[in-house]
Design a protein around this ligand. Sequence first.
Ligand code: 0RA
Length: 641
Amino acid sequence: MAKSYGAKDISVLEGLDPVRKRPGMYIGGTGKPGLHHLIWEIVDNSVDEAMNGHATTIEVILHKDGESITVTDNGRGIPVDKYKDGRSVLEVILTTLHSGGKFDPGNYETSGGLHGVGSSVVNALSSDFQVRIKRDGKIYSQDYQFGKPLNKVKASGSSNRTGTEIFFRPDNTIFEDIGFDAEWIEKRMDNAAYLHPGLKLVFKNEVAKKKHAFLHEGGIVELLERVQKESKQPPVHIDAISINAKNIHPEFPKIEVALQWTEDTKEEILPFTNGIPNPHGGTHEAGIRDGVLKAIRGYFDQHNNAPKSLAISSEDIREGLKVIISVFLVSPQFQGQNKEKLNNPFVKQAVSSIVRSELERYLNGHPNTGDAICQRIIQSAKARAASRSAAQKVSRKRSLNTRLNLPGKLADCSSSLPEESELFIVEGDSAGGNAKQGRDRRTQAILPLRGKVLNAERESFAKVSSNKELKDIIDALGCGIGDNFSTKSLRYHKVILLMDADSDGHHIATLMLTFFYRYMPDLIAKGHLYIAQPPLFRIDYGNDTFWVLDEKQRDATLKKLEGKRKKKINVQRFKGLGEMMARTLKETTLDPTKRRLLRVEIPEGDEEETDKVISDLMGKDPSLRFSFIMENAESLDEVDL
Ligand code: 0RA
């Protein structure tokens, strides 16, 4: 920076009123992050001074009251000479809003803010603000309240040192709570020490009477080492890989990356812009992912060392990868009030191409490291393939465990894969017995209903969920009820109501539908609920047998057969499923290759109508219930299986 600090350096001048009117615009908000932002603004200025080679130590003091801070650095000290309007440069800096300025490109090693710029915002939002400058053998000081100077800059005493010291107490009429969090301060200072290797940051906590110094000569490589150690998993290669580049582009003066594969399963990327953490990542993080994937794929291709049959996914490449990326930008753009996410679009491509070429070059120059990384990735790809089948086993085991709570009268199927399993809910014990005999034991489960099924429309949730018959259904399905319902734990992907084709059967089916509709609507929405269609008539014609569902089909079939009139025709009406032979039940109703099922659906757009029909009819005349189920059955989608 030029020796004279004049008007040209302070490009846009504005008073501090806008800051007090809309603090959120300048510090992101007036909650806890905004409050701490005040410290970062001041500290960042001192960090800039250090990055320019003029300061080596920054001290932050959290005072005893926990509500005021002093930040000191041993830099050159903010200039105190006269500005053209007669005030001191110091006062101009502390009372002027510097909006829209840019970094001096020659002066890029700068942290988050403009040089000295944020301090006016802190001043504006502080009920007390005191600055002390050591410069030119003297100590200069000035006090402010709410951004307004109480006096002119005073010179007092003498000092052979230089530096800037700023004390501030946030304005408690602006912030919700002005108590600082020592842990936040410590963490941020520790981070800054990694990002600015050699810079010593001291935190003096007068609340806890503790002092802690942060100094990390190893920079982001040392930070990476810490991340790796915290993962408690060994590294795949001993030396971290570092990638550094400068002057990538006029807007992009510097990038530093440290990366290392570890035996951990978690990928971790810690991204920073101008020394400030971006917890939500952004374009630098996207760039690093892209660059690493391309470099590794390139390396695999060149060295031909991946098993042909093995598919390597980006997850495999990223597994256990730990990355620190620190970019410095002339005009960083962020998303989110606290710079959570970097937004400059050009950064992604720039980072990706640097990382790609530098990483590939490194691996080619360090083949042992390259091979170790490839082995790690292949191991992850194999594990992923193996875990797919392991996951299936686990889910099988899990459903085996849930079998412990199954209702006693359930005849479960032996398969525990829900996709191939079916549950028949059958009315009555004798029908249940037939169904048990006629089923495919592997995939078909039978739950006979004995007692009365409650009308779910008229009873409370408590009563419904404690009704024996409904409770058995809930337990057998294993997927919970009401708000706790989840098809993830559904034990059968087909739930099939099997009722007699008479009015009692219709009544029970209606009660069941009402229950599912009110308490497990997702079971219907996701297409898991079906109605079986047992035949009502058997027609024998010589050695041929026809099963028909209703009178209409019976008449149509008889008409066809009467045309022939050669053999004896016998028509039999089933009284109920209980009287049907197990073999017959199997052939007509259970066997997936021969049966016909109706899938229960609520046609789109008819939700309200369905709701009304259910609430209108349930609880009134049983004949109305009967017509409801019949009508609905007609409008149900037919599923050919
Ligand atoms: C403007 C010009 C110079 C230094 C600074 C600002 C400065 C600001 C802050 C804020 C916190 N600590 C700081 N230290 C220095 C350069 C003055 C010169 O040329 O001597």
